[in-house]
Design a protein around this ligand. Sequence first.
Ligand code: XMP
Length: 326
Amino acid sequence: TWTTEGVAEELVERVREQIGDAHVICGLSGGVDSSVAAALVQKAVGDQLTCVFVDHGLLRAGEAEQVERDFVEATGVDLKVVDATKQFLDALAGLTDPEEKRKAIGREFIRVFEQAAREVVGEAESDGHPVKFLVQGTLYPDVVESGGGEGAANIKSHHNVGGLPDDLQFSLIEPLRTLFKDEVRAVGREIGVPEPIVARQPFPGPGLGIRIVGEVTAERLEILRAADLIVREELTAAELDSAIWQCPVVLLADVRSVGVQGDGRTYGHPIVLRPVSSEDAMTADWSRLPYDVLAKISTRITNEVAEVNRVVLDITSKPPGTIEWE
Ligand code: XMP
């Protein structure tokens, strides 16, 4: 019979056998999958694992801290944090096309991760422990969907890891490849991954970079982060987190509309709420959130986020609309 404890133990044991006394590296994104994968490997081989967290500056409020502080405290992983915010902002300067933004973020990510990986490899080698493996949080649905071929979200082929240069070659350790998402969460809880990380809803790799319609700037990120935090706080307070699949919050940075706040006329930006229900993100329906929750969110955002004077609700299903706006 399937028990979470039994599965976690078995996965840890298998990883331990696979790795032996080699050194391993793992890229942490702050998402559920990479966090649980890293925690499992940590349980299996302890300080033979080094995690790398590339902070691209496109995460939501508090999420970098959850990785840097809470995850490290809970699991004891050796974590190397690279603050690459400025580098990503520079790479995004002037870009407005969604695919160009994705490409820029992806390219920068590889560049920063590669540099960090080289440093980890160098340090481990000088201690006499060559780095042989890279941990990936690939899940069972990723394995099935990709048919073993190239996937968008994960890097699958052995010895040819996602655009890393030829002299950086790792074999993959994919401890979650037999599990579904709910099983990953159960295993994560079992081995002590912090609840805010285990319970996290899907969040795109390019992060807030594709939730600002228009150019991404530090100032715009700040506006979006503030609005997004309010939405998350109110959804949690209303106990709606498990009722919705995810709720992108989008800043229409190039749109302005007239408003009136206090005694003055404002000319601010709209924030779009995109709460959806879904089974697998392939199709989705807009969530019928209670009016009082929507009202609270709207009041708080327009009161607390100075540059925003309008909150609108996206009532489009997928198809025809995608979940994200970009
Ligand atoms: P769409 O917008 O295509 O989103 O309906 C479907 C799911 O995928 C997420 N998403 C992404 N995830 N990189 C990611 O890792 C991306 O570029 C990306 N674009 C969308 C989205 O949040 C939703 O869960």
